[in-house]
Design a protein around this ligand. Structure first.
Ligand SMILES: *Cc1c(COP(=O)(O)O)cnc(C)c1O
Length: 430
């Protein structure tokens, strides 16, 4: 069966060989999964979730008890005073945009302390010109780059102590930057430092890809507001769309008034049948995030065994579900992404090719055979076509599907005579 599915025997053998080595790491993931599962179940019990919360509203969406309760459940799970969980958010980028436009006013300054934020925020902030950017409204932007994957604490302390910054943004996941994700230890340290000199600045965390990877979310370590997508971790592969903003009550209210209209805020927003899927997605999310983490750990170990640089390493502390693999070779990178597509449940016959995409300078290849369009909690892999040819892989609704997908992708990379793996590691016996 494996062979018929295009998985080479050598890949299967290597897979079996590494299984023992990664199992202690898996146990950590499972422990964390259980804790987050308990957190979710407790929240469901606290708010007595029942069939009536699966109801649907249309039009204005007044009095949607399901929607209002979902927002209480999310707040409970995320450690927030309140939350805004809506299908009217198109994506994570949209929710981040709503949050930034809600909190910032003309002449305010936004400071990013993780270097340049996620690519899709370039035009939102005005790093790339756009007539509707924050910059066009007179909002100023500054950034402090990371130093060796950690914060530039001295510079941040100096800048934050001037008390003229309205909002500090921390991006937990790496995006398309070649840096590590920010662990909660580092985040806590920098937030404490900022708070030691500045009581008022809004600390906002782009939490995309980070939810349920650790025991707590950034609100527990001092962030004021967090933002994320429901077609990533918290949607559990079941939410059909949407995103969330959670944190301090007054900030969530500001965001609601920006998403809908001043005076309407959270009171409106038809749910059009998605309540049950959002709840079921949240219910599944701890387990789905654990499957994604296991898939990433597995891929990291497999590719490291084959001599490729995989970040994070299989046993490294993780703060998001993203795995990068440096192929050092254009063809290998493309073949791997194509293999991920072939190992997907949906559109497995489509062969992704590098393409020009709006907002990117290099061509990009994207493998995504997902039930939900653009869902990257499902196994997906994308890469800008430029040296050193790095793929960004994430997701996996179940570990077994993730593992099979990775085996299929590795099998696709070339003939297994050794010569196809130029940097073959010495631990490899193939
Ligand atoms: C995915 C992601 C976003 C938002 O992307 P969307 O595709 O708009 O949901 C923002 N920041 C980070 C770090 C991300 O990974």
């Amino acid at each position: 069966m494996y062979k018929e599915f295009g998985i080479k025997e050598e890949v299967l053998n290597l897979s079996e060989k590494i299984t023992k080595e990664i199992s202690p790491i898996f146990q950590e993931v499972e422990k964390n999964c259980e804790l987050n599962t308990l957190k979710v179940l407790k929240a469901f019990n606290k708010y007595n979730i029942s069939d009536m919360h699966f109801g649907s509203t249309t039009g204005y969406g007044y009095g949607d008890v399901g929607r209002d309760t979902i927002e209480k459940v999310f707040a409970e799970v995320l450690g927030a005073e309140d939350s805004l969980v809506r299908g009217q958010f198109i994506s994570g980028t949209h929710a981040l945009t709503v949050a930034l436009f809600a909190f910032l006013r003309p002449n305010d300054t936004m400071l990013s302390i993780c270097g340049k934020p996620y690519d899709t925020l370039d035009e939102v902030i005005g790093i790339v010109e756009n007539k509707s950017s924050l910059k066009s409204y007179g909002v100023k932007y500054e950034q402090i780059d990371l130093i060796e994957d950690d914060f530039d604490y001295d510079k941040i302390l100096e800048r934050a102590s001037k008390n003229d910054i309205k909002l500090i943004e921390i991006q937990r996941s790496r995006g398309y930057a070649l840096r590590k994700s920010i662990t909660l230890d580092k985040m806590e340290k920098v937030i404490k430092l900022i708070r030691s000199v500045n009581k008022d600045v809004i600390i906002m965390v782009d939490n995309c890809y980070g939810e349920f990877v650790d025991k707590v979310e950034p609100l527990a370590i001092g962030a004021n507001v967090i933002v994320g997508s429901l077609i990533k971790n918290l949607g559990g592969g079941i939410a059909p769309n949407g995103a969330y903003i959670a944190g301090k009550k007054e900030l969530v209210e500001l965001a609601a008034e920006r998403l809908t209209a001043p005076g309407l805020g959270k009171e409106v927003g038809p749910t059009m049948g998605i309540n049950k899927y959002i709840l079921q997605g949240l219910f599944m999310a701890p387990s789905v995030v654990a499957s994604s983490l296991k898939t990433a750990i597995y891929a990291s170990k497999m590719l490291e065994e084959l001599g490729y640089k995989a970040v994070p390493r299989f046993d490294e502390k993780r703060s998001d579900i993203v795995q990068t693999i440096e192929f050092g070779d254009k063809e290998k990178l493309i073949k791997y992404c194509q293999g991920i597509q072939m190992g997907s449940p949906i559109d497995s016959n489509s062969i992704p090719e590098p393409w020009d995409m709006p907002g990117y300078t290099d061509q990009v290849i994207m493998a995504a055979g997902a039930f939900t369009q653009g869902s990257s909690i499902e196994l997906s892999c994308d890469a800008p076509i430029r040296p050193p040819y790095i793929a960004f892989m994430q997701g996996g609704l179940t570990y077994e599907y993730g593992k099979i997908g990775v085996m299929r992708a590795i099998s696709q990379m070339g003939k297994w005579d050794g010569s196809n793996f130029p940097k073959l590691g010495k631990r490899d016996t193939l």
